[in-house]
Design a protein. Sequence first.
Length: 86
Amino acid sequence: MSTLELELKNLIIDALGLEDITPEDIADDQRLFGDGLGLDSVDALELGLAIQKRFGIKIDAESKDVRSHFASVANLASYVSAHRAA
């Protein structure tokens, strides 16, 4: 697990108040929404805001790719890495 992926897992847990989950409980490629971790659209908004605040990046909610970026911790890490460096 990379440092960024661990940071994102902790951010998910803290931002969404997931008290019974640890970073180790979230696989890097586990789906975050639906059948995976079970997050919903409200969680997506809160998580998006937390990511924007923590990493100083802009997330376009209207982007056609936003769902794939938020599909898993690994996808989020790739997105954050690409946009943080830009």
